[in-house]
Structure formats: structure tokens, C-alpha cells
Design a protein around this ligand. Structure first.
Ligand code: SF4
Length: 373
């Protein structure tokens, strides 16, 4: 595999053509799952309908298991550091979707990985998990009774043994072929992630045979490694290759990545609303150089970070979204007007979220085992 076709899950996500992932990595189009969901009487989420979730591996297998009443789980992880933002929210809302279907939810606070590959101190990781990540996930709708939060360094039981076992199932060359340049920290983090993904299948954690992991496309190397390891454990521990769904990452307000290190481009769910609105109003757009040009040529919503915020979160109604898109393309909507409308929607969304967050601010500590050392 050429280095251009390798994905670095710890680097800057830079996927230019999502369709290439079908050809190069064997990810399957999510459109086939949309039909399946409908035939099962499940209303697909807006992320699914709008093509934000674009690919999958074995999602059909998990849905068949769910439909026949087998216990199924959804697993994800966050590197807790700083504030919870719009980039994280996409995965959070997918967890809520699966939980409402009856999936058990496992949420890893990846403090070991954050320390190893991002130099996030243990104190910061714990503080950010308790004050930001867990309360925000609950405020988005996760049911605390049916969600298992854990820290990598605080997980009890055979979880840690899995990491040792997995290290014997893969060679350094194979890992380099998947990940590119490696360091001891990255090797440990990759094997730990495989344990995060696969450990719910052990009887000590519920024995969930079917697990799905909703990830950004940049995290596929972890999915491929976990699937290979699951297959190679045959005869020692029965593990099913995990399923995955793949989503496109939301663009930041400057067209780049949303990240805590790029606060001007990122909307944080707990920041002062006026500050979020200010950033939104100076966002890059897909508009033309002049109003006259825009009326004549129309805007380009597919290049517009403002439209991304509508598409992902701020306009849940499909017909309203399509009206914004066609008025933009047709030149009837100008960016100033459009941003003023979006700023109002953003303020309303954050007000409602921050109000519901109040109920969860002090809950996190009682829901997760804190690391002991
Ligand atoms: S009108 Fe709205 S959606 Fe269209 S380019 Fe301008 S800001 Fe973006």
C-alpha cells in the first residue's frame, strides 16, 4: 500500500475522496444499510439519510443479530482533553441512536492514549472526562443507566490481559503496513484500542458477540487491526470481527479541522453563546466575491462550513435544509442573511443544550470508576 493511501489515525485527517475508501480498503457503501434499516422498520438518522455516514463494515451482520434479539453493543472512545465540541458531538449522537434501538453502550475515556500520543496529563484527562465529555454525552441524550463509561487506566478485569495477548497476534511489519511510522506509544495505543473494541465480547463485560464501532473515516486503521486480531484469536478466545460505520468529519469554521487546538474554527458546547455566535458570523462560506456575483452564479454549499453546521446539526428538518441549499445555489440567499439565520439557530441550540447540561454537571463522578494510580 502506498503511503498516500495509508490513513494516519493520529494525524491530521486529510481524506480527499471518500469513495476511494470503498476501493482501497473494502469499506462498503452505507446506502445498502439504509434500505435494510427501512425494511426493518427503523427510521434512519439524519446522519445516515444525508450521507454523513457513508460507509460500513458488517453492519448488516449486527442488524441481523439485533433483529433476532441477540444482545448487541456499540463501542466508542474519546481522548478526553479540553472541551467537548461539535466534532465530538457526531459520535455522541450516534450512540444515542443505537441506545434507543436497545444496544448496550460502552464509552471509553482514552486517557492512556491521550497521555501516550498527545502528552495529555492524567489530571487533565480525568478533569476533562468528568467535567466535559461525560456530562455533554448525557446531555445529548445518553441514558446513564444503560451506558458504561470507563477510563483505559481504570478498567478492571481481563481487559489489560487482552492487550498482552493481542501483542502476540500481530507483527511489527503488519502494523507498519496499516499505520505507517510507528513509535512504542503508537503500538501500545493501537493494541489498547483493539482491547477497547473487543473486550465487551468477553463474558466479564457482558459477552456481547456483536459490536459496532461508529468512527470517522480516519480511524479505519484501528478497525482493520481489531478485525484481524479477532480472527487470529480463534481457538483461544471467541471474538467476532467488529462491525463499523464510517462518517465524514464536520468542517471547522475556517474549512479545516475542528479541534481544541483551533478554537477559532471550533464550536464548543460549553463556551459562552456570544463567543460561539461571534465565531460563526466570521466563518468562511461557499459564497462568491460580491453580492452581484452570488445572485448571478449562486453559492457553493458543498464548499461552505456554514452549510456543514446546518447539514450536521442546526437544521434537523430535511425540507428546510433542501430549501436553504437550493436558495443558496440559485443565488436567492446571500451569505450575510444566511449567517444571521444560522447564528440564531446556533444560539438556540446551545442555550437548550447548556440548560440540559446543568442536570448532569455533577453526575459523572458517580458513573465512572476513577483510575486508582
Ligand atoms: S448562502 Fe449560506 S450556505 Fe450558501 S454559501 Fe453562503 S453561507 Fe454558505
Amino acid at each position: 500500500m502506498s503511503s498516500e493511501e495509508r490513513i494516519d489515525p493520529w494525524g491530521r485527517p486529510d481524506i480527499k475522496d471518500y469513495r476511494r475508501l470503498y476501493e482501497v480498503f473494502g469499506i462498503r457503501p452505507f446506502s445498502e444499510i439504509l434500505e435494510k434499516l427501512k425494511s426493518m422498520g427503523v427510521e434512519p438518522s439524519a446522519f445516515m439519510r444525508r450521507g454523513i455516514i457513508f460507509g460500513h463494515r458488517d453492519m448488516d451482520v449486527v442488524l441481523n443479530a439485533w433483529a433476532s434479539g441477540e444482545p448487541v453493543a456499540v463501542v466508542t472512545g474519546f481522548m478526553p482533553s479540553g472541551q467537548f465540541h461539535f466534532g465530538h458531538m457526531l459520535t455522541g449522537l450516534q450512540l444515542v441512536f443505537y441506545q434507543r434501538l436497545g444496544f448496550r453502550v460502552f464509552v471509553c475515556m482514552a486517557d492512556a492514549e491521550a497521555y501516550a500520543v498527545r502528552r495529555v496529563s492524567r489530571e487533565e484527562a480525568i478533569k476533562s472526562a468528568l467535567e466535559e465529555f461525560i456530562p455533554n454525552l448525557l446531555a445529548l441524550g445518553l441514558d446513564p443507566q444503560r451506558t458504561e463509561f470507563y477510563f483505559q487506566t481504570g478498567r478492571e478485569g481481563p481487559y489489560h490481559e487482552l492487550i498482552q495477548l493481542f501483542s502476540a497476534k500481530v507483527t511489527f511489519n503488519e502494523m507498519e503496513a496499516i499505520y505507517g511510522d510507528l513509535s512504542p506509544a503508537k503500538v501500545m495505543s493501537a493494541l489498547t484500542q483493539a482491547a477497547d473494541i473487543l473486550h465487551p465480547m468477553l463474558k466479564e463485560y457482558g459477552g456481547y458477540k456483536y459490536v459496532v464501532v461508529p468512527v470517522g473515516a480516519d480511524q479505519d486503521p484501528h478497525i482493520r487491526l481489531s478485525r484481524d486480531i479477532a480472527t487470529r484469536m480463534k481457538g483461544e478466545i471467541e471474538l467476532t470481527p467488529p462491525a463499523a460505520t464510517y462518517h465524514k468529519l464536520i468542517r471547522g469554521l475556517d474549512g479545516g479541522k475542528m479541534s481544541k487546538s483551533r478554537p477559532e474554527a471550533t464550536i464548543f458546547l460549553t463556551e459562552p453563546i456570544g463567543e460561539a455566535v461571534r465565531k460563526f458570523k466570521v466563518s468562511l462560506t461557499g459564497g462568491r466575491n460580491t453580492a452581484e456575483e452570488q445572485r448571478r452564479l449562486g453559492g457553493e454549499p458543498d464548499k461552505c462550513p456554514v452549510f456543514d453546521q446546518y447539514l450536521y446539526y442546526l437544521v434537523p428538518d430535511d425540507s428546510e435544509l433542501s430549501s436553504i441549499e437550493s436558495r443558496c445555489r440559485g443565488g436567492a440567499l446571500l451569505c450575510g442573511q444566511c449567517k444571521a439565520m444560522g447564528a440564531e439557530k446556533l444560539a438556540k441550540f446551545l442555550e437548550a443544550h447548556q440548560r440540559s447540561l446543568e442536570a448532569y454537571r455533577d453526575k459523572a463522578q458517580s458513573l465512572v470508576e476513577l483510575p486508582k494510580y
